[in-house]
Write a protein that binds this ligand. Structure first.
Ligand code: SF4
Length: 361
């Protein structure tokens, strides 16, 4: 059962209630460099990112916010630590949301000042509780999970007391089990939307697995309103992984399903590159709002299983030795050299996009 949470908005993007789970990422440019930050935001939007967070560590970053906010295709959340004045300035600059850890803002008065400013501006606040920066575990008998949940609930109460109710919460730890347990316990006690992620997850090889297990477990429980796959990698990889996790958890339509063979010693075409290029094009089209009217795509390396799978799919390729066969709706279109396979396949794919794409040269 999907957990029903209260509805908030990050800019124009709904979060919580019955809104779809959204994919977030975070820029890794210097926010003070508005041009570079906007270029990365546009790249992430094209990959399917729906909400972007930018670090605001200083006044230079605050000064760049108006230009970023004016031209960003995505709602922008300002990420602030330690200096509550930066939070006030980001709100004044028109940030769509702020992400703070109230525990490091310098005391209840400063937290109340930020809450009042967010309330007056109608800005959503993500309250982030990180196990690594929590010193209260001892007060809960060493129970780190209870300490995280209690801290989050206390912070929410402080914001509610100031009349700021557009809240989203994240409870993160670098180990998956703690993250999942804390989110489950918090979810059982409140209706605040939850942002899911495993902090400091690592390189893609390790981080995607940790995130898929942690975020995936919670999504399968019906918990989660926004997600971020934190990776030590270009942020576009976070977006790709996040979309795949949502699809695998059944929280986002995966159409068209892509069947790709794992490759083996019989493979005589560069199948991995082919599959990645097709996935990238599908992600780009979907992020741009197009619908792809195909049920299944099959990209196969050789004649063992290739023709059968490709024939069974709406569109398919069965590779050969430096060449391949393109199939459409069970019929052979033609056999062609390897270099022609991708362009021919993408041309066929684009014919099934709605609304129709403009003709390409
Ligand atoms: S389809 Fe062919 S190339 Fe791909 S894994 Fe099977 S046998 Fe190997």
């Amino acid at each position: 059962m999907i957990r029903r949470t209260r509805r908030i908005f990050i800019g124009s993007v709904p979060v919580g209630g019955d809104a779809p789970v959204t994919v977030q990422s975070m820029t890794n440019t210097r926010t003070a460099d508005a041009g570079a930050t906007l270029a990365q935001i546009r790249e992430l939007a094209a990959a399917g990112c729906e909400i972007i967070r930018v670090a605001v560590p200083d006044r230079e970053a605050v000064a760049a916010l108006p230009a970023i906010l004016r031209d960003s295709p995505l709602p922008v959340i300002a990420d602030i630590h330690f200096d509550y004045r930066l939070a006030l300035a980001a709100i004044a600059a028109g940030a769509h949301g702020i992400r703070i850890n109230p525990g490091n803002l310098g005391g209840p008065e400063r937290v109340a000042a930020v809450a009042a400013a967010a309330r007056d501006a109608g800005v959503a606040v993500r309250i982030g509780v990180n196990a690594g920066s929590l010193e209260e575990a001892r007060a809960h008998g060493g129970d780190r999970i209870e300490a995280m949940v209690a801290a989050a609930l206390d912070f929410c109460a402080a914001f509610e007391a100031a009349g700021c109710t557009a809240l989203k919460v994240s409870l993160k730890a670098s180990d998956v089990a703690t993250t999942v347990a804390a989110c489950r316990r918090f979810a059982a006690r409140t209706d605040y939307p939850l942002h899911l992620g495993v902090t400091e997850a690592g390189t893609p090889a390790a981080g995607i697995v940790k995130s898929a297990v942690g975020i995936g477990a919670l999504l399968l429980d019906g918990i989660g309103d926004t997600i971020r796959v934190s990776l030590t990698a270009p942020p576009v990889e976070e977006v790709k992984a996040g979309i795949r996790i949502l699809e695998a958890a059944g929280r986002r339509a995966a159409a068209p399903e892509i069947v790709a063979c794992p490759t083996c010693g019989r493979t005589r075409i560069a199948l991995q590159e082919l599959v990645e290029a097709v996935e990238d094009e599908i992600r780009r089209l979907k992020a741009a709002g197009y619908t792809i009217g195909l049920r299944k795509i099959a990209l196969m390396g050789c004649v063992v299983n290739g023709p059968g799978e490709a024939r069974d799919a709406d569109l398919g390729i069965a590779g050969g030795d430096g060449k391949g066969v393109l199939f459409a709706h069970g019929q052979i279109v033609r056999t062609m050299p390897e270099a022609e396979l991708l362009p021919a396949f993408l041309a066929e794919l684009r014919r099934h996009v709605s609304p129709p794409l403009p003709e390409q040269d």
